[in-house]
Design a binder for this molecule. Structure first.
Ligand code: LLP
Length: 427
């Protein structure tokens, strides 16, 4: 009798084959048993397919994709995108070092973030990055000073806060005037004037990023209208720019969302640029989640079942330390049994071993589960491993990249000694 198998929410690269969940040609049951759990597994084909969906939408236009690498900064992932021709959106000196180590071209790196420190600005100037996305006048002055001291010219865009509602979770909405990000759009013309007057600064662009996990095109178009009005003003002021950066933010499917694909975003954006006479500008995008989010799963093993009066708990070996999104944002990640049981399920909360009530991964999910089963949390390619911690002195998970019927360990599981290596007992 054929069994009814669940449907993975993510990409077709994760699918059931003879009753077992596979990533491409590799059984996740085998991977989990061989390499241990918790284990992050990514699909190389899924990364490439996501990249291709942007290329299809770009279709020869002058668009540079700068992968928002905070979403997943494993060197193997970065190297994959670098080889495909991607640029990178970085937010720290650490990300700069990672990107360069992974083979990024400095000339395709944009540097965002509200709190750039001197050493980070220096390193980015020495590397000759494409552009600093500057978030305040104070930062502009700091960059001018440092560039002048080093005898360099800093290419800058001002990150403008267009005050639009991205209609997403408040923690990941960044384009409202209450947010700490960017320069208020009303004051942007004056900030550009200031930039013109400062030594060591070359204006190259205008930038914005309105939020993350956006599933509608209207917030983007509202922001774009405001940016294009600003561009008109800047043209009147004689300020020349080369590129317009509209940030990242495209959402993915976690459960039943219907995300926009890159073409649904780019078609109207490119049309508007054309209409308003700005089609000569390079368009820069900073997608993170939509390039990697559904290219990964987190595998975890069931340690114990506990049937309390109010709840059934499956206590697993992954925790909020491995996947923080549920604890932090109340986020939903799909849950699949790697080898689904042909039994009637029950409602379970999937929880970790950490001593916090917030340590849950999924709540009230119907699943047939037994001790020692392997479960997969879906959509764990973005903002997952990168947000892991070592709380409770837990080693961070290993990461594996599947490629066809092969797999490669792209990050070793941390060892216990790694966890206290830099610590010292008092004399
Ligand atoms: N550019 C800038 C300036 C950003 O701040 C971000 C994300 C991106 C690009 C990439 O956005 P994406 O395409 O991935 O939406 N930890 C949260 C998401 C935080 C996003 C922060 N900024 C989460 O787990 O949902």
């Amino acid at each position: 009798m054929s069994q009814q198998l669940p449907t993975p929410a993510g990409t077709p690269h994760f699918h059931y084959q003879e009753g077992t969940l596979f990533a491409e040609g590799v059984s996740l049951e085998t991977l989990a048993r061989e390499l241990g759990t918790p284990l992050y597994v990514y699909s190389r084909a899924a990364l490439k397919a996501a990249w291709q969906s942007y290329q299809d939408a770009i279709n020869g236009h002058n668009v540079l994709v700068c992968y928002g690498m905070k979403a997943n900064s494993n060197l193997a992932v970065l190297n994959e995108f670098a080889k495909l021709g991607s640029g990178f959106d970085i937010v720290s000196g650490g990300e700069l070092a990672r990107a360069l180590k992974a083979g990024a071209q400095a000339g395709k790196i944009v540097f965002s973030g509200v709190g750039k420190q001197d050493w980070e600005i220096e390193a980015a100037l020495e590397a000759n990055i494409k552009c600093f996305n500057v978030e305040s006048v104070a930062e502009l002055e700091r960059i001018s000073e440092i560039a002048s001291r080093l005898g360099k010219t800093a290419p800058v865009s001002l990150r403008v806060n267009p005050d639009v509602d991205a209609k997403t979770h408040p923690y990941i909405s960044t384009g409202l005037k209450e947010n700490k990000f960017g320069i208020e759009i009303n004051t942007a013309p004056a900030a550009y004037q200031k930039a013109v007057s400062l030594p060591g600064i070359k204006i190259v662009g205008v930038d914005c990023h309105i939020g993350s996990q956006i599933t509608e095109v209207s917030p983007y178009l509202d922001a774009l209208d405001k940016l294009l009005n600003l561009l008109d003003l800047l043209a009147l002021q004689g300020v020349q720019i080369e590129h317009l950066d509209i940030g990242g933010g495209l959402g993915i499917r976690y459960t039943d969302e219907i995300p926009l694909n890159p073409k649904e975003l780019l078609d109207p954006v490119l049309a508007k640029l054309e209409q308003r006479g700005f089609s000569h500008l390079q368009l820069v995008l900073e997608p993170g989640r939509s390039l990697v989010g559904n290219a990964g799963v987190l595998l975890t093993r069931v340690q114990y079942l506990k049937h309390a009066e109010a709840r059934n708990f499956a206590i697993v070996d992954a925790a909020m330390t491995d996947l923080m999104r549920p604890a932090l944002y109340d986020a939903y990640h799909g849950l699949l049994a790697v080898k689904p049981r042909n039994e009637t399920g029950a409602l379970y909360d999937i929880v970790g071993p950490v001593c916090e009530s917030a340590d849950w991964l999924a709540k009230q999910r119907e699943i047939a589960v037994q001790q020692d089963d392997i479960l997969a949390l879906e959509s764990a390619g973005a903002y997952a491993f990168v947000m892991a911690s070592q709380y409770n002195t837990r080693p961070r998970a290993a990461e594996v990249m599947v490629d066809g019927d092969q797999f490669h360990i792209i990050r070793q599981r941390e060892k216990l000694e790694d966890l206290f290596e830099g610590e010292q007992i008092l004399p």
